[in-house]
Design a protein around this ligand. Sequence first.
Ligand code: ADP
Ligand code: MG
Length: 534
Amino acid sequence: DQKIEKGTISIHTENIFPIIKKWLYSDHEIFLRELVSNAVDAIHKLQHINVIEGLKLTDEYAIDISVDKTAGTLSVKDNGIGMTADEIRQYINQIAFSSAEEFVQKFKDLEDKNQIIGHFGLGFYSSFMVADQVEIRSLSYQKEAKGAHWSCDGSTTYTLEECDKAERGTEIILHLNEDSKEFLEPARLRDILKKYCNFLPVAIRLEGEVANDQNPLWTRAASEIKDEEYVEFYRKLYPFSDDPLFWIHLNIDFPFHLKGILYFPRITTEFDISKSHIKLFCNQVFVSDNCPELLPEFLTPLQGCLDAPDLPLNVSRSYLQNEPQVRKIREVISGRMASKVVDLAKKDREAFGKVWDDIHTFVKYGMMRDDKFSDKVKDQVLFRTTAEMKYTTLPEYLERNKERHESKVFYANDEAAQATYLKLFKSQGLEALILDALIDSHFIQFLEMKNQGVSFERVDADVTQNLIEHDQGGKIVEGTDQKTADEKIKAAFSELLGEKKGMSVRVESLKDPSVPAMLLLAEHSRRFKEMTRM
Ligand code: ADP
Ligand code: MG
C-alpha cells in the first residue's frame, strides 16, 4: 500500500554552470567556432525567412570579428536574424534550450534546413570558458523590434535592457579573462578561423578582411570540377604531400546527407597508415581530424574532407563508434571506392598498373574484410606476370592458360630465389604470376576460397604435368639400360639425403635439358610449415 512518488529532477544552475564552463570542451579555442556557427545559423535563418516571408532583402551577409586590445574585448557580429528580448529570455537564459530544433520544425518543408548547425543549445555558453563577462547586443529582423542588451558575468544572474542598435543582427562581446588574452591577437584568431571556419558558407571578416573560402570544392558539382582543381585543393589541405593517386567526390542526399572529397594518397615511408587523416565537417564547420570510425578500416589512409551534416557538431569518439549512421557512411565510402577502382582499371590498364603498386595491399586487405567490396573489384585485381603484358587479372590468366593447366595458377613469391624455376617455366612457354607482397600469402588462401576449384601452386611445387616428358625415365647413360640407370641415380641421391624425413627421389626427364635436377616442395605441406613457423 505504499504510495509511489513521481517527480522531476531539477538542476541548480549554480552547480552546473561551473561544470559547463570548465568541461564543455577541452579546447578553449572552440568558443570561437561556436559563436561563428551561431552567427552563420542566424544568417541562414534570415535567408530562409527572406524567401518564405518575401522580405526582399538584398543584404550582403557577413560576420565581423574584431578586437579591442585596450578594452580587452573580442566581438563577433552578424547581420542575421537577430533576437528580441523575449527570444533572449527563451534561447539564452534557458541553458540547453536550443531554438534550432524549433526553427527546423517551423520551416520543415524547406529544402536545406539541414544547414542549421546548432543542435544542443550549449554552444553559446562556451564563451564563458574564456570570458569574465559576456554581452549580447541584438536587433531582431521583426518589424518594430527594439534593440536588446543582455549581460552576464558568468554567475547565474543576468541583466536585460533595451538599447539603441541601428543594424539588424547580433553582436556578442566577450570581456576576455586573464588566461585568455591570447584571443586578442589577430594572428591567433586567424589560425583558429583557418582550422574551424575556413570553409564556412558565409564571409567571415577578421579586422575587415575575409578569412575563409565560402565555396570549398566539395560543395560544387563534380561535373564542373577539373582534375587540376582537385589536385590544387589537395595541396591546400596537405601542403607537404605528394600529389594524390586518385579521388572520389561524394554528394549524397539519400538516405542521408554526405558530401566530401576523399583522396587516395601516395603512401611514402613517412606516411602513417594507422592513423586517420580525413577532416570531418558539419555544414562546412570543421569538427575533427581524428575520426577513423568514418572510414572502413582498410581505407584508413584516405585523406580529404567529409561533410556529414546529420552528425552533431560536438561528436565524440564513443558517439561515432555506436552510431548506425556512421556504419552506413563507411559502407557508402567502401562502395564508391570499389567503383572507382573498377573505373580506373577499365579505363587504362597501363595507368592502373602504375597506381596498383601503391594500392594493392589496401585493395586486397579490403577484399578479405569486406565481401561487397570484394565482389565489386575482384575481376580487376592485377597480378604481375611473367608473360608479356606484365599485368594480368585472374580471369584473364585462367582463360589464357586453360588448355595447358586448367584451373591451376602458378606463382613465384621470391623472384630471385625461384629464378631457376621461373626460367624453366619460361623455356616451356608457361606463365607464372609474381605474388611477392607480404599480404599475398593470405590473399592466395582467400582467392582459393573464393574461386572454388582454382588452386595456386608455387613454381617449385608441382611440375609433373607441364615440365616433365612423360613415358620416359632419366636420360640413358651409355652402355646401361634405362632401368638400371634410373635405379643408380635414385640410389645415389637417396644415399645423399640419408635420413631426411618426408623427402623422396624421383627419376624423370625434364623437358628442359639444361636443368639437371630440381627440389620440389608440395604446395600445401609447404604452406602449412610456413604458417606454423609464423
Ligand atoms: P545552439 O546553437 O546549439 O542552438 P547555442 O547555445 O549556441 O545553441 O545558442 C542558443 C540559441 O541562442 C540558438 O539556438 C539561437 O536561437 C540563439 N542565438 C545564439 N547566437 C545567436 C545569434 N548570433 N543570432 C541569433 N540567435 C542566436
Ligand atoms: Mg550554437
